[in-house]
Design a binder for this molecule. Structure first.
Ligand code: HEM
Ligand SMILES: *[C@@H]1O[C@H](CO)[C@@H](O)[C@H](O)[C@H]1NC(C)=O
Length: 470
């Protein structure tokens, strides 16, 4: 009797336990629902809408309808867009392990699968340390004189009276600075081969991915193979001469993992191409915007000019070149750079992919879905930046609220090149305002997305030398 009762009790307890466990496992599924939003057509989804207009317009209309978190379909994937600073932090920083980077395969093929931004976990941490180290303040402070020389030579043809495409000119400059950070001084002949082949790869990034011979994408793939060859030539020369340098290539070559293994040639090549890619158009588009913003705000230009002329006067007096310390003490110009980064928000958003079902604020983000932190929306939200459409560097006299200013992203994949980018921009500003005057050709304004936002047609402009006596 007692035993029977005990059995019944155990049976009942087991049932209860089973039920509890079942309920527990069901709780999040039951409670969490998908975010609001419309999905559009399955494959094309709302991609066309996103890419055919200012991304802000797309997001703003969505945000108005659905709030700060909503679902949509982009490039064939279901996707959740996030427009709150704390949501961006959740995805990029605190729960970064639940969200892996994701890029189109066609881009990964051109750059190389071992490049930093495609990876996660131990390999990413190892490579990131190397890249970050070679682009740290301590490393780049030694580059000031070389970067200045690049700025001088890149702009030497500007005052010929011809109209120039500002964006193209800035791309030449940012490419050369990238080469400097990666290789230090590179033999002119190798540099030319690298530059010419890379410019073919560059044309492939935004073209239709296809293997048909003669198409820009196919040509880019072939040029990418040549780049591998050139890079391995550079590497074997370094090994032969036993050169130990502390530029990026040197760091990559010297690295050994805990088992003493060095990096493979393809891992080195992928990361070098990756850095060239990450460094060029980004920095060039910001500088193009600065040329426009300064042109449009004569008072501001005067203030920047006064700041930079004072530095130049001092340097001419002491017969010295621009110094690292001076680049760290350009308060007006620096705020112009920050405000340009905010205003132009050239990386409007980024993509991650959920590696598991994730719940955020009561919403379910299913495994495999993409998530997009919307940097540009955050940068243009009046709640965080009053009068957001106004170009006002003085707003940076007060530090922005946490997680509201992310021109370089955030967390484990945040831009390791951000200090170099700001340094080369400041050096260009110094050189620009102390040597040149400029006017923008054509009054048409407008933005082109290629894919970074740049003033239409690359901002055609005419530059002339201003022989100012200090
Ligand atoms: C104004 C110029 C630049 C801007 C606005 C910018 C912005 C960004 C952003 C937003 C990310 C993160 C993307 C994400 O989380 O999905 C990133 C990553 C990266 N950037 Fe930059 N960047 C700039 C210049 C540079 C330069 C000059 C370099 C190198 C010399 C560079 C190298 C990289 C690399 C290697 C990554 C990948 C990091 C990783 O995945 O761990 N960037 N950049
Ligand atoms: C591309 O690189 C190869 C070396 O692998 C070189 O022979 C060729 O001239 C380069 N192409 C251009 C357009 O410079």
């Amino acid at each position: 009797m007692v035993i029977t009762l005990l059995y019944v009790l155990i049976f009942l307890l087991t049932l209860l336990l089973f039920h509890l466990v079942k309920m527990r496992s069901e709780v999040p599924r039951k409670r969490a629902k998908l975010p609001p939003g419309s999905m559009g057509w399955p494959y094309i989804g709302e991609t066309l809408q996103l890419y055919s207009q200012d991304p802000n317009t797309f997001f703003a209309s969505k945000q108005q309808r659905y709030g700060e978190i909503f679902k949509t379909h982009i490039l064939g994937y279901p996707c959740v867009m996030l427009a709150r600073p704390e949501a961006a932090k959740f995805v990029l920083v605190t729960q970064a392990h639940l969200f892996k980077p994701t890029y189109p395969k066609s881009k990964e093929r051109l750059i190389g699968p071992s490049a930093l931004f495609f990876n996660q976990g131990d390999y990413h941490i190892r490579l990131r340390k190397l890249v970050q180290g070679s682009l740290s303040l301590d490393a780049i402070r030694n580059l000031v004189a070389d970067i200045e020389a690049v700025a001088v030579s890149a702009s030497s043809s500007w005052s010929s009276g011809q109209m120039i495409n500002t964006f193209h000119e800035m791309k030449k400059y940012s490419f050369e600075v990238g080469i400097l950070a990666i290789f230090g001084h590179l033999e002119a002949c190798l540099r030319e081969e690298l530059k010419n082949n890379y410019s073919i790869v560059d044309k492939g990034y935004n073209s239709l991915p296809t293997n048909i011979p003669g198409t820009p994408y196919k040509k880019a793939l072939l040029a990418r193979e040549k780049l591998s060859k050139i890079l391995s030539d550079i590497v074997s020369e370094r090994k032969e001469k036993k050169l130990v340098e502390n530029d990026l290539l040197g760091c990559l070559l010297n690295s050994k993992d805990d088992k003493g293994e060095v990096l493979r040639d393809d891992q080195i090549a992928d990361n070098i191409i990756g850095v060239l890619f990450a460094a060029q158009d980004t920095t060039a588009s910001v500088m193009t915007w600065i040329v426009k913003y300064l042109h449009d705000e004569p008072k501001l230009l005067e203030a920047v000019k006064a700041e930079q002329m004072e530095i130049r006067r001092l340097n001419e007096e002491n017969n010295q070149p621009l110094t690292w310390r001076q680049t760290r003490n350009m308060p007006i110009s620096y705020k112009v750079v920050l405000e340009s980064l905010r205003m132009a928000s050239i990386i409007s958003f980024t993509f991650r992919e959920a590696v598991a079902d994730v719940e955020y604020k009561g919403y379910l983000i299913p495994k495999g879905w993409k998530v997009m932190p919307l940097f540009r929306n955050i940068h243009h939200n009046p709640e965080f930046f009053t009068d957001p459409q106004k170009f006002d560097p003085s707003r940076f006299e007060v530090a922005p609220k946490p997680n509201t200013f992310m021109p370089f992203g955030s967390g484990i994949h945040a831009c390791p090149g951000n200090e170099l980018a700001k340094l080369e921009i400041l050096i260009m500003v110094h050189h620009l305002v102390t040597n040149f005057g400029w006017e923008i050709v054509g009054s048409e304004s407008g933005i082109q997305y290629g894919p970074f936002p740049v003033p239409r047609n690359g901002l055609p402009a005419r530059f002339w030398r201003e022989s100012i006596t200090c």
